[in-house]
Ligand binder design. Structure first.
Ligand code: ADP
Ligand code: MG
Length: 568
């Protein structure tokens, strides 16, 4: 049975074996391996990528729709965020998976413009298909696309505007443009302000360059209240309460001990037994424990600390002694928060209380417990080193709070990119149309078959404004024609789509602006993905290991150890 089946499979799959003249098949690949080659492989991959990019199209731009994603456990996510949608879609096709990685890469590099990258990659491949049908070889398309990409990236640099990064109004417009596509409703203004404040607070100038470490911006979500209650705190917020009711709830000019050691009597690792024969011994034993804890607290107090923030536990007795000393203490704080505190307060995390020195203490103007919604949280404000802020996101629905977080993260990245590179371009499809126009002129200069590929690249770029128009319920052909003729004029560079009135307008005047880096990175990422896929002409997919399948049940032949029955 088994042999007959394999024999058939082998003859069906053309290159699974190389037949000798005698007709005896020679096994090359494992049975069950699927192989597609040449144009078929290319077509299958292009189809998969386009399917992904098509699925994102309707979510693109300020009038884009949201997606509801339900995972295998029934958890619901409602989002408009490209990277999140692709991540939750759990795609299977290897080429489609590459798109997910592109989106993630774009998300990590520049933080926004994920859908731009994915949609553009889909369009590049769609247009490549047409060229392939005209018998243009993939290598020609690839080199044409690469030239077009390089030209586009440097041209964007050329048409971008330099901004003054101290101009908060410009930064706010950038944040707002990024927030337009997210369902944050009337809180856009507020969130944009917060994003700008947060980024400018943590931005640092080294030499003549600006650095922004987005990790220094902590985001805490607390559902309850409304998104409008979202606030920025200059400092760090710990989602914990003060451990003991007898402790102060507010300490000014705080000297903070950051401990990585428990304020508890540690249980011995080995099983030890203490036999106590009379009550006085018991009392002595307990007194001894108390004494050890008291000594720990004495040591901490002796350094001058008035706040203790502990990554581990704090025993009831120790809490009592700390309270008596008027020390505010918080326990079981996350390691990441401890590290943030270390950076912000200028203190040092100490893992042995005996080592604690006054110089290890961090400083902050105020440590205070406040009630947010139903919960109490500890705020560390006015820290010695101010480069640390917290955004406290509020909102009625948990899903709204989650989406608000994604929206804020995008806005933060956009503002950070603007601060880092200080270059902006007009949004609303303006830059895409301008670059497409330039590429068409460039294509004519390059000539040959590559010219066609560069023109195809230009057409792919125009698909972005067309998608914006479609999603706004506009006639995309009409809009693109209007944009092209506007861009033919000398001052047409910044004309884009006003999705709210259906016309075209100057995007700088409308305040729809984006960091140049986002567009450049999206174009690079999309081109890389498209050319990578165009280069594949052979796809060999190993058969999946079936669950519970035991290895080595069949009589083994050399080279067939892990052979699996085909799934059908
Ligand atoms: P991405 O994941 O690529 O950032 P978005 O859904 O956030 O996708 O859409 C970004 C696009 O929306 C950009 O081309 C941007 O210029 C455009 N856009 C944002 N706000 C506006 C607006 N008010 N008017 C027109 N276009 C806008
Ligand atoms: Mg965006």
């Amino acid at each position: 049975m088994f042999h007959r089946k394999r024999y058939i499979t082998l003859f069906k799959g053309e290159l699974f074996m190389a037949a000798e003249p005698t007709g005896i098949p020679v096994l090359i690949l494992k049975e069950g391996t699927q192989r597609t080659a040449g144009r078929d492989a290319l077509r299958a991959n292009i189809l998969a990528v386009r399917a992904i990019s098509e699925s994102l199209r309707t979510t693109y731009g300020p009038k884009g729709m949201d997606k509801m994603l339900v995972d295998s456990l029934g958890d619901i996510t409602i989002t408009n965020d490209g990277a999140t949608i692709l991540d939750k879609m759990d795609v299977q096709h290897p080429a489609a998976k590459m798109m997910v990685q592109i989106a993630k890469g774009q998300d990590e590099e520049v933080g926004d413009g994920t859908k731009t990258a994915v949609i553009l990659a889909g369009e590049l491949l769609k247009n490549a298909e047409e060229l392939l049908a005209k018998d243009i070889h993939p290598t020609v398309i690839i080199s044409g696309y690469k030239k077009a990409m390089e030209e586009a990236v440097s041209f964007i640099d050329f048409i971008s505007r330099q901004i003054d990064i101290n101009d908060k109004e410009v930064l706010k417009k950038i944040a707002k443009t990024s927030l337009y596509s997210k369902a944050v409703g009337n809180a856009r203004e507020r969130l944009a302000e917060i994003a700008v404040e947060a980024v400018t607070k943590v931005a640092e100038k080294r030499g003549d360059k600006w650095y922004v470490d987005l990790d220094a911006i902590q985001i805490i979500k607390k559902h309850g209240g409304s998104i409008l209650d979202t606030s920025l705190i200059e400092g760090i917020v710990l989602d914990k309460e003060v451990v003991h009711p007898g402790m102060p709830k507010r300490v000014e000019n705080a000297k903070i001990a950051l401990l990585d050691a428990p304020l508890e009597i540690e249980k011995p690792e080995i099983d030890a037994e203490i036999r106590i024969s009379d009550p006085s011994q018991m009392r002595l034993f307990l007194q001894q424990e108390e004494k050890i804890l008291q000594e720990m607290v004495e040591k901490i107090a002796a350094t001058g600390a008035n706040v203790v923030i502990c990554q581990k536990g704090i025993d009831d007795v120790a809490q009592h002694f700390l309270a008596k000393k008027g020390i505010l203490a918080v326990r079981r704080v996350k390691k990441s928060d401890m590290e943030k505190l270390e950076r912000a307060t200028g203190g040092r995390i100490v893992s042995n209380i005996d080592d604690l020195q006054p110089s290890d203490l961090g400083e902050a103007k105020l440590v205070e417990e406040r009630k947010i919604g139903e919960d109490k949280m500890v705020f560390v404000e006015g820290a010695k080193n101010l480069k640390s802020v917290t955004i406290l996101i509020r909102g009625g629905l948990e899903r709204l709070v989650d989406e608000a977080e994604r929206a804020i993260r995008d806005a933060l990245s956009a503002v950070a990119d603007a601060v880092r590179y200080a270059k902006i371009v007009p949004g609303g499809g303006a830059v895409e149309v301008e670059v497409a126009k330039h590429l068409r002129e460039y294509a004519a200069r390059v000539g040959g078959k590559e010219q066609l590929a560069i023109e195809a690249f230009a057409k792919a770029l125009e698909a972005l404004p067309m998608t914006l128009a479609e999603n706004a319920g506009l006639d995309s052909i009409e809009i693109i024609m209007k944009l092209r003729s506007a861009h033919a004029q000398p001052n047409g560079i910044s004309i884009g789509i006003n999705v709210f009135d259906g016309g075209i307008a100057d995007m700088y005047a409308l305040g729809v602006i984006e960091p140049a880096a986002i567009k450049q990175n999206a174009i690079k990422a999309a081109t890389e993905a498209a050319t990578l896929i165009l280069r594949i002409d052979d796809m060999i997919v190993a058969s999946k290991l079936e669950k519970g399948e035991e290895k080595g049940k069949e009589t083994k032949k050399p080279g067939e150890e892990e052979e699996k029955e085909k799934e059908d």
